[in-house]
Design a protein. Structure first.
Length: 315
């Protein structure tokens, strides 16, 4: 396979995902969808269609393949490493009032939507099922680490562990993972009509979520982006994915495992980071700019990253 064919195959994976993001941006500019639609649709995805997608992907999965403990452990360790690395960097480069927002923007990826969509496009059912289990790990870590770093630099804030644990326990994505495990482990069948209806409902998830991401992008806010936002975006989309993926390869991951790790590492900053910054009264403009810049950067960096890994023969 020559370089042109290899690059074309890479675009087949990444372009459908990011095309939907730009469709959302276009629909918002045409005023075919508005903020009320985005708010309602995002809530529907988070509370219903995405949990359904995760649940169905897990009950259809071969747990002996999808439940990869070494993969989950490495992902957890790498996430903690990314958090500590970005915090260490921020201590010497970023003003104290913006450090927490910088760190959260640099390490917290949108694995639940962009990462999962890319994994499904690249690896099909394996990407969905193994990616869903990784989500269970990352949701807990992202929430806990974000609370710690934001509270550390925000006057009057403290780390409320009881509230955090309650928030994580009520997360629909976490619930869907645990709800699916008994069905998968014990091979409990569901009626075919339930599976078919669930598939119809779950199929709304990725296109609707990606359109909502595109509709929330603000080109005007990116024009006013600060050096801090650009720095956090480069950390999130270039530095940390490269370091983490190379580390994964060095410890022995390759093929589908390494590809899945890269796609999750290289996901743009999660929209939930904006919500957390807003809740504590932080610099919401900075948080929004990081999300917007990383989302647009992802269409280039993820494509080039997958191409490079395939060229090296790592995946």
């Amino acid at each position: 396979m020559n370089l042109l064919e290899l690059f074309a195959r890479t675009l087949d994976v990444t372009l459908p995902v990011f095309a939907m993001v730009f469709v959302g941006l276009g629909l918002k500019r045409l005023k075919w969808i508005d903020s009320a639609f985005v708010s309602t649709a995002s809530a529907l995805v988070f509370k219903a269609t995405l949990p359904t997608l995760i649940f169905l992907s897990l009950i259809k999965a071969d747990l002996s393949v999808a439940l990869d403990v070494s993969l989950m452990l490495f992902f957890a360790v790498a996430t903690l490493g990314q958090f500590l690395f970005s915090w260490g960097w921020a201590r010497y480069r970023i003003a104290p009032q913006d450090r927490g927002i910088y760190v959260q923007g640099a390490f917290r990826g949108n694995c639940g939507i962009v990462g999962l969509a890319l994994a499904a496009g690249m690896y099909g059912n394996y990407g969905l099922s193994a990616g869903s289990l990784l989500l269970g790990v990352v949701i807990v870590m992202y929430n806990a680490l974000s609370v710690i770093v934001l509270a550390f630099y925000q006057p009057g804030q403290s780390t409320d562990w009881r509230s955090l644990l309650k928030h994580v326990a009520k997360n629909p994505l976490i619930i869907s993972v645990f709800a699916a495990l008994p069905f998968t482990a014990l091979s409990i069948p569901l009626p075919s009509w339930v599976i078919t209806s669930g598939d119809y409902f779950a199929s709304l998830t990725l296109p609707l979520a990606l359109i909502c991401i595109g509709a929330t992008l603000s080109v005007s806010s990116m024009r006013d982006s600060s050096q801090v936002a650009l720095g956090a975006s480069l950390m999130k989309m270039v530095t940390l994915p490269v370091l983490s993926t190379v580390a994964a390869w060095l410890v022995g991951f390759s093929g589908e495992q390494l590809g899945l790790l890269f796609l999750f590492f290289a996901s743009p900053t999660a929209a939930a980071s904006f919500v957390m910054v807003k809740a504590i009264g932080g610099n919401v403009a900075l948080a929004a700019n990081i999300i917007a810049i990383t989302t647009l950067m992802a269409s280039v960096t993820v494509t080039l990253g997958v191409f490079a890994l395939r060229l090296l023969g790592w995946i």
